[in-house]
Design a protein around this ligand. Sequence first.
Ligand SMILES: [Zn+2]
Length: 249
Amino acid sequence: MAYLNYRGIVLKEVNTGEADKIITVLTAEEGKISIAAKNARRAKNSLSSGTQLLCYSSYMLFKGKELYNMSSCEVIEPNYEIRNDIVKLTYCSHILELAADNVQEGEPSEEILQLLLNTLYVIAKTSRSLDLITRVFELRLMALLGYEPHVISCVSCNKTEDKKMFFDLDSSGLVCSECVNKNGRVVSLLPGTVKALKYIMCINPQKLYSFSLSEESIKELYIISKSYIKEHLGKEYNKLDYLKYLNLK
Ligand SMILES: [Zn+2]
């Protein structure tokens, strides 16, 4: 039997049978894959730890008729800090849902895997603003999925700076104060938000989370990102509303 060795993050888990699981894993080589893990729900089973949500592991697999089957796994990063914190876990559920819904099966996804690993690391190991981290992830993910907004200059006249810039949803990018259509779907932006958008789209992945931003600008990023995702992915992602019910936000 030919074994394959993949590293990946568990995006989703579904219980099957008496003690089995099917997990959805994001890999660099094949994007999203589904893996059957026999007996993974038994506490002492060697597959139990590496098949939990958010776990980054190395998997030995063999191909079955429809799914991969797991032969063994070794945990690289369990991300315990996230699973033990309801607020961090809720933000990460939202992030995992975005990845699970929009990464294709069989499509190499190395950059998206790197983005997700990087994002989970910052959430797990630091106390940085979860709202800022989530907006950065969302916008960078949109770019990697092929929906990069135009944030280098005004989409109409190409001016790179103006006293006031806006984000225009209809043209998926920045517009200056002369080109803006105030009756259109536009978000007025603070200078800090414009700078942040450029940074998020252009900076190399290692430095993606090395900046801070005012609360007002984080709110503006939220308005842009939420509408932009709905516009291009055709779905509203509402898992973060859960925090309001718990009075945690
Ligand atoms: Zn312009």
